[in-house]
Design a protein around this ligand. Structure first.
Ligand code: AMP
Ligand code: ZN
Length: 136
């Protein structure tokens, strides 16, 4: 399997590593939205948010909070986004699960610009029923 993030974990590819422990690695994104943009990944390869094991996910969230704090203290952004893209349609380009920590500044160029929809009569309940039926 060819995976650039596994190569970074195994030191076969270079990266600016910020932190690592037994389960998690954090490093700078090489093409940042803003400087300090960081990726937090599990050391065990997993494709996405649904397949990553729960133990790794808990540790990823804990470390993502810790690194977000360090970015806030060191870079002093006006805010930050925690983002995870899942699937090509959602913008995922590396299929090794990761959280982005994106430092944000007032009036920076980055925006999601969503084209917001409205639910027509009854359809909100229909969508909710469909989803509720699959929660277990
Ligand atoms: P995504 O599009 O959500 O899958 O995010 C993948 C991210 O990985 C992108 O923002 C890339 O800039 C970043 N990326 C890809 N290759 C490398 C690399 N070798 N070192 C650091 N970041 C990388
Ligand atoms: Zn991988």
């Amino acid at each position: 399997m060819n995976c650039i993030f596994c190569d970074i974990i195994n030191r076969k590819a270079n990266a600016e590593i910020l932190f690592e422990n037994e389960k998690v690695l954090a490093f700078l994104d090489v093409r940042p939205v803003n400087y300090g943009h960081t990726l937090v990944i599990p050391k065990t390869h997993s494709e996405n948010f649904l397949s990553v094991c729960k133990e790794d996910l808990l540790e990823l969230i804990r470390i993502t909070q810790m690194i977000s704090g360090a970015i806030t203290k060191s870079i002093n952004p006006d805010g930050f986004n925690i983002v995870t893209n899942n699937g090509t349609a959602a913008g995922q380009s590396v299929f090794h699960f990761h959280f982005h920590i994106i430092p944000r500044f007032n009036n920076d160029a980055f925006s999601f610009k969503p084209n917001l929809k409205s639910y027509s009569n009854g359809t909100m309940r229909e969508f909710a029923d469909k989803i509720r039926a699959k929660i277990f």
